[in-house]
Ligand binder design. Sequence first.
Ligand SMILES: [Zn+2]
Length: 166
Amino acid sequence: MRCPFCRNADSRVVDSREVDDGQAIRRRRSCSGCGRRFTTSETMVLAVVKRSGVTEQFSREKVVRGVRRACQGRPVNDDDLQQLAHRVEESIRSAGLAEIPSHEVGLAILGPLRELDGVAYLRFASVYRAFTSIEDFEKEIADLRAAMTTGGANPATDSGTSDDSR
Ligand SMILES: [Zn+2]
């Protein structure tokens, strides 16, 4: 990497440390030409393999773009989307693989999106999972309801079921 000050191609590493939980390495370099210091950063390139076999670099922006479409008209702001993309990237990188099939990216989006907004989740899932019938939606909504009610007491429902948790 050339010195950003004098374009000299030769530099010496004076310090090197892991950042982002070991996901990246940052190096402090000293130019052997002008003696000035600059920092370089190295991250593992995460490749996404599309169905066609073409690979492209994973991009948070793409995740945001894909999810934003499903969030139209929903109370979801840009921060929410950025945070979601960050979570998706973390969960994908935690697998420690250099390449990941594109459908795995979609899969990693579903969980955080479901927590964010149920309607956006249904829209995204219907495309991602290629829903073909109303039954597909009904099943997904049933799962969504189940996930939303587990763990939280719901005083609004009066189904008459006995509380056997005691
Ligand atoms: Zn220099």
